[in-house]
Structure formats: C-alpha cells, structure tokens
Design a protein around this ligand. Sequence first.
Ligand code: ADP
Ligand code: MG
Length: 342
Amino acid sequence: MAEKRTEIADLGEFGLIDRIKNNFSTQNLTSLKGIGDDAAVIDIGTENLLVSTDMLIEGPHFDLSYVPLQHLGYKAVAVNVSDIAAMNGKPEQIIIGLGLSNRFSLQAVDMLYEGIRAACNNYKVDLVGGDTTVSASGLVISITAIGRVAKDKTVLRSGAKSNDIICVTGDLGAAFIGLQILEREKEVFQTNPQMQPDLEKYEYLVGRQLKPEARMDIIHELGEKNIVPTSMIDISDGLASELLHLGKNSNLGIKIFEEKIPIDSLTYDTSIEFKIDPTTAALNGGEDYELLFTINPSDFEKLKNHSDIHFIGHTHDNASQNVMISKIGTVVPIQAQGWKHF
Ligand code: ADP
Ligand code: MG
C-alpha cells in the first residue's frame, strides 16, 4: 500500500530540517558541527572554517516591483554574512548560484552585481565562484558564505549556561513594518498609477527591509573587548523563534521582559498605524538580521554601557518554560510563529 501523503506544511520548516538532520550522521572527524546552527563548523587545523548558505527566491522572498536589484544583491550577501557573524566568525569568501529567466536583461544582472559588489567591499569578502543557470519561475539567488573563526572563539547556539544574560543588538521589528509599508504603497500604486509613493517619512523602516546590514561591527567590538558570547544566533525569523532555538539547543529555558525589547519609535508608531502590536512585530516579524546572544554575567560590566546592545532577560534551568513578562506583569509563553512560506 502506498504511504499516506504528508504535507510539508504539517512538519513546518524546523520539523523538516530536524527530519533531514536525524537521517544523516557525519562521517568525517573534520565535520565539527553539521546541520542545526547558523553555519557549519569545519576543522581546518588551527582554526575553524564556517560555511553557510541561504537562498532568496522571487515571490516568497522578494517582489521586484518594489525591490531595487542593487538592494537585492546587497541583501543576499548581507544575510549570509550575518550567519557567519552569528558564529562569531569573519566572512572571507562568497559563492553565488544564480537562476535567471529571459525576463532579465544584462543591465538588470549588472545592477544586481553592483549591489553584490558593494556588499563585498563593505564586508571585505571576495566573490570566488558560482553557477549560472536558467530559471522558469523568476529570479533565484543562492549564496554560500565561507568564513573563519578561532577554535576557542567559535560560538554555537548550544553553549548558553543557566542564568546567562540574553542580549540583542540594534532594534527589532523595523524590517517587518518596512515590508508592510512597501506592500501598502504597491497596492496604492496598482489602483492609481498616478500616485507617487510617499516613502520619505518611512525611510528608516523601508531601509531596514531593503538594505539590512550584518552586524560585523558588533563581532569586531566583542573581539576587542575579549568577550566570547556563550551562545549566539542571528535574528532572521523573529526574536521569538530565535530565542527558542537558543533555549532548545542549550537545553535551557528563556525569560525575557517585554519592556526591554528594543523597538525604534518610528517602528512603534507605524506598527500602531497598521494595527499591529509593536511587540508582536519584534517577536515574529523577522528579517532584522540583528544578533541575539547570551553572555556570562561576569561580562556584563564590559558591555553595560554599550549603546547598541540591549539586555532583555536571562536563561534558566527549566527548559520547558520559555516566557516573556509583559509590560503589565503577566507571564506570556514565547511561541514561534508557524512557517510563513508553505
Ligand atoms: P538560518 O536561519 O540561520 O539560515 P536555517 O533555519 O535556514 O538557519 O537552517 C538551520 C540549519 O539547518 C542550518 O544548519 C542549515 O544548514 C540546515 N539546513 C537547512 N535546510 C537544509 C536542508 N534542506 N538540508 C540540510 N540542511 C539544511
Ligand atoms: Mg541564522
């Protein structure tokens, strides 16, 4: 009898990845960390090599009616650099897989690569190869980033200890609200092409969506201060989901305080305008590409006055209890949102 069909959506993205992970074991001693972190960790002797790949697909990930190709190229590199940063590493090379249809002209490809070049210059990475092929369903960009990190400075999702302080960089939710603005302006433009989009007021939010930066600046600063986070992940899917990854991988519970979540005032006000709870935008919005990490409390002194690092809570021993203390003092379970794309 044929096996009953199971929908991928029933497993969800993380369920599917877990299933793939459980069906494979590593056969080389050099594969120090395989599936399940921001990047693979490979033993190359005195240091560790880091490898991470991310694919962006036209439609689910970007809409070319409002995403300029230069920005797309930049973002495709930045999101990969962000995964190397999340291992406390330094990116050095990228390899690009490109799927193109005849909808794209040479000028369009040039613009895409202009953005890629700007990101390569900014993050000091070298484009060292790739593959070009034809795509039936729009633009596909798959980037693999390669980086390096000292063995004793390699940071996994799994290294947090009980009572570590949970830190987050920058501010959250802006990229998600920026996307809402772009979608709204697109609709306005479609019903009335004479209307010019009014984006100036929202420049910060739209910029956070279109041109995110990987927080290599933070990685360099932590290095200068001689701080090695106990665990780290980048925030690509929203704070809630990433907190649960750190908790699960470190076998700890998470406790955060809503009032400590960094949300920019424009994000806050615009979120309200869209009738979206700003905290929900920060917890579930995603695409912020900020860093979420834990530190040993003994490192707090060295970071406490940092203007761009926020202390939102701590880890604890009860792995089944992941909670946020709301602004009015209620205990809210932290839940990851379901998969968006399936
Ligand atoms: P991130 O959001 O940091 O890019 P992902 O959630 O995409 O991380 O991936 C989590 C882990 O699962 C990573 O180790 C990644 O390499 C691995 N992974 C994702 N998809 C697959 C796949 N189809 N096959 C094997 N490993 C995968
Ligand atoms: Mg990541």
